[in-house]
Design a protein around this ligand. Structure first.
Ligand SMILES: [Zn+2]
Length: 343
């Protein structure tokens, strides 16, 4: 099987710019583009998304869409209108504090996801990329993580917990709470991926699982792998934390290679395709060499669907951009050109 190689793309909706950038992406031997499809695109830009998709297809590349920051429960550096409009559908911490992230169990949020899937189908994409689904993360909100401060304990979650366990939802972390929190995300992903197939049976689903979780074997990974409507399982071991993430840094060795092995193993056991992501953003000049090392690890793992975040090393976002974005982008392209020649 030949390699499938990709990059994410965002920021520009001016079609002449997009066309120029897509030519550049194609030149680097990409066979797919992960277009962000955020709430702004959903409310105000559906026609442009359709045109961008047609341009990408015309150049022979597959189109993925990611629900970027939608409801604040996926990866992405942008904002959600939904959480402002429907605070009653947002997550509640164990401390009682309401936060700006939608609750994946809330029917109003699920209706938004269905609306997004319909828009994605209308725009003509091939793969829905459910990226980094997560409950509220302290470190992505300028907080320190505390054991007994967690989401979600909203009224919908409390009611579901009572139904399943026959007792009230505790305000402290327990084994049952851990299990329930996993089920919140997995149940939501089951809903999202099956709705996608109902809306348009041609749509494929990828779930990109955050590799941060130290539990192993990890029940959340297993449950995602077992979901019937998931076609591709992915993970994104970004060894250097995002600039706004106050949490732990990860080493390159022992993290990227281990995550690659784990996702391939999960994919093989559940008869899915595996996909791996390489960080080319937020790197200093000194750290550029890590890009090639990370690609080598993915190549060695045997995963043949590989992508980089993101176009031109995120030059369009100053906080995320690498120090020398063109150079990082070239390092990706050099590796892709080598992989594209292999069978
Ligand atoms: Zn909830």
């Amino acid at each position: 099987m030949p390699y499938k190689l990709g990059t994410s793309y965002f920021s520009t909706r001016i079609l002449s710019h997009v066309e120029k950038d897509l030519k550049e992406i194609k030149k680097q031997k990409c066979s797919f583009v992960v277009h962000t499809f955020d709430e702004t695109d959903l409310y105000y830009n559906q026609e442009n998304m359709k045109k961008i998709t047609a341009l990408t297809h015309k150049m022979g590349m597959e189109v993925y869409y990611t629900p970027w920051s939608i409801g604040g429960i996926f990866g992405g550096e942008t904002f959600s209108k939904f959480v402002m409009q429907y605070p009653d559908a947002c997550q509640v911490l164990s401390t009682g504090e309401r936060v700006g992230n939608a609750c994946p169990r809330h029917p109003k949020f699920r209706a938004l996801i269905k609306f997004w899937i319909e828009a994605a189908s209308y725009a003509g994409g091939d793969v829905l990329f459910w990226d980094e689904p997560h409950l509220w993360i302290a470190e992505w909100n300028e907080r320190e993580s505390k054991k007994d401060e967690f989401a979600c304990r909203c009224s919908v979650c409390q009611e579901d917990f009572q139904k399943i366990y026959g007792k009230p939802y505790p305000a402290a972390m327990t084994k049952e709470v851990e299990e329930f929190r996993d089920a919140t995300l997995v149940g939501f992903l089951d809903f999202a991926t099956s709705t996608a197939k109902q809306v348009n049976p041609k749509l494929k689903n990828t779930v990109c699982i955050l590799p941060h979780d130290r539990r192993w074997p990890n029940p959340m990974w297993e449950a995602v792998g077992a979901l019937k409507n998931v076609d591709i399982v992915a993970t994104d071991p970004y060894w250097k934390a995002r600039p706004y993430d106050t949490g732990q840094r990860w080493p390159l060795e022992g993290y990227v290679d281990l995550s690659a092995q784990r996702i391939l193993d999960l994919a093989q056991r559940h008869k899915k395709e595996a996909q791996g992501w390489v960080q080319i953003f937020a790197l200093s000049k000194k750290e550029e060499k890590d890009i090639t090392k990370a690609f080598q690890m993915w190549e060695k793992s045997g995963v043949k669907n590989i992508a980089a975040w993101g176009f031109m090393a995120c030059q369009s976002y100053s906080l995320l951009a690498s120090e020398r974005p063109e150079k990082c982008w070239r390092l990706m392209g050099d590796y892709y050109k080598k992989l594209a020649k292999k069978k």
